[in-house]
Design a protein around this ligand. Structure first.
Ligand code: HEC
Length: 119
C-alpha cells in the first residue's frame, strides 16, 4: 500500500515536470525530451547503464549503482549539484545541461529506483 503511494507520488512528480517543461517554458523549444529518459540515455547511460546499475565502462571508473541507498538517500539538491559540478571521474554537466534538465534527470534517477527489477 505504501509503495503504491510512493509510486503515485513519483508519477505525479514526473507529470508535474512534464507539464512544466511543455507549458511553462515555451522559450525553450530546444527541449524535445518530455520524460528525461532522453537526457539520461544521451548523457548518462554510457557509464551508468540503462537501469542505473552501471555499465562495464562505468564500473571500471568506479561509478556507483545509482539505485543504491547510498546514492538515493542524498537530497535532490546534493545530487543535482553533483551532476552539474562533477566529481573525480564523473564529468561535470553544467555546460551541457540546463538547470531544469539536471533537476529532471534527478527525478528520473528517483524513478529508476522503483523499477520492477530493483533489488
Ligand atoms: C564518463 C562516465 C560517466 C558519465 C557519462 C556519467 N557519470 Fe555519473 N558517475 C561516474 C563516476 C565515475 C561516478 C563516481 C564518482 C566518484 O564519487 O568518484 C559517478 C557518480 C554519479 C552519481 C553519484 C553521486 C554520489 O555522490 O553518490 C550520480 C547521482 C551520477 N553519477 C549521475 C550521473 C548522471 C545523471 C549522468 C548524466 C547526466 C552521469 N552521472 C554521467 C561516471 C559517469
Amino acid at each position: 500500500m505504501r509503495r503504491t503511494v510512493v509510486r503515485l507520488a513519483i508519477f505525479a512528480g514526473i507529470v508535474g515536470t512534464l507539464t512544466q517543461s511543455s507549458f511553462g517554458q515555451r522559450s525553450h523549444a530546444s527541449t524535445p525530451d518530455p520524460i528525461t529518459a532522453v537526457v539520461y540515455n544521451a548523457y548518462c547511460v554510457v557509464c551508468h547503464g540503462v537501469d542505473g546499475t552501471g555499465s562495464p565502462t562505468g564500473k571500471s571508473l568506479n561509478a556507483p549503482n545509482l539505485r543504491s541507498a547510498a546514492v538515493q538517500k542524498q537530497s535532490n539538491a546534493a545530487l543535482s549539484r553533483f551532476i552539474s559540478e562533477g566529481k573525480e571521474r564523473m564529468p561535470a554537466f553544467k555546460s551541457q545541461l540546463t538547470h531544469q534538465q539536471v533537476m529532471d534527470v534527478v527525478l528520473y534517477l528517483r524513478a529508476l529506483r522503483h523499477r520492477k527489477n530493483n533489488r
